[in-house]
Design a protein around this ligand. Structure first.
Ligand SMILES: [Zn+2]
Length: 281
């Protein structure tokens, strides 16, 4: 059964409110899990029977039956509270499942730098469940496809895996939203973690282009709403640059595009993303 975190005695009201919001999100995820699990492909459900999930965080039994967490750990993870008006940057609405804090930050590093498939599975699954959450604001505004932020080919060769693509596989499994590799990097960029806000915008400005497949699909006009997928959002600069590439491809044919950004986690700065950024000079 779900257990609320107990370590709340010495916290201030704001911290208690944050924990209460996270606990209510965890409860909703647990309540809706059986219905979403029933919609999974039968091979996936059979896999749970033969190899029951283990808790990624504590190593105990995954007593929720379909995700790699136990109920107690699910309640302790830093779920982002629902926002009536999620932050946006240049018209890209941000939806992140977690605050970038422990233990999610460690799981994300394991995914990003070691290609940890169990981290990809638990994080991708929980992001999908948050976006499918029928009780959340904006729940009806699901995208028609997911577009992972790609690595540059040189970095992909060096790393051997693409973390956004690993996440996308699990999100697609739960949500049935198709994944489209519609972006490519036009140049290699410095890792964003090494830069501050203004330098981040410069670093990724013009770094993405729409693929030929994206141009053809967007020209037809049947795709109007997409979600860019990234692991962590800090300033939103990467999502804004990726969105600009896809919107330009749609705009070339007189089409408009509603763009969201789905991310596993967002840093504290992401809650104050400006609605407009000035062009670098
Ligand atoms: Zn656990």
């Amino acid at each position: 059964m779900f257990r609320r975190p107990r370590e709340t005695v010495n916290l201030n009201p704001a911290e208690k409110s944050t924990i209460a919001g996270a606990a209510s999100v965890a409860e909703r995820v647990m309540c809706q899990l059986p219905a979403f699990r029933a919609r999974l492909p039968w091979r996936t459900r059979l896999g749970f029977w033969f190899a029951p999930p283990r808790c990624y965080a504590c190593g105990g039994a995954g007593d929720l039956g379909a995700i790699d967490l136990c109920a107690a750990c699910l309640g302790r993870w830093p779920h982002r509270a629902d926002a009536a008006a999620p932050p946006s940057l240049q018209g890209v609405v941000l939806h992140a499942a977690f605050d970038y804090r422990e233990p999610v930050s460690t799981a994300l590093r394991a995914l990003k730098f070691q290609g940890d498939w169990r981290a990809a599975r638990v994080l991708g699954t929980l992001l999908a469940l948050r976006r499918l959450d029928r009780a959340a604001p904006h729940a009806a505004e699901l995208p028609q496809c997911l577009v992972p932020i790609p690595l540059h080919p040189a970095r992909l060769r060096e790393r051997g895996f693409d973390q956004a693509a690993l996440l996308a596989r699990h999100i697609a499994l739960w949500s049935a939203i198709p994944v489209r590799r519609w972006l490519r990097r036009t140049r290699s960029t410095t890792p964003q973690t090494e830069l501050d806000g203004a330098a981040r915008r410069l670093n990724v400005a013009g770094a993405f282009a729409a693929t030929d497949a994206a141009r053809s699909a967007l020209a037809r006009g049947d795709i109007r709403r997409i979600a860019i997928l990234d692991d962590v959002v800090t300033t939103g600069s990467t999502a804004a640059a990726a969105s600009a590439a896809l919107r330009a491809a749609a705009g070339a044919h007189g089409r408009s595009l509603d763009v969201q950004c789905w991310a596993v986690a967002a840093t504290a700065k992401s809650t104050t993303i400006p609605t407009k950024i000035t062009s670098p000079t």
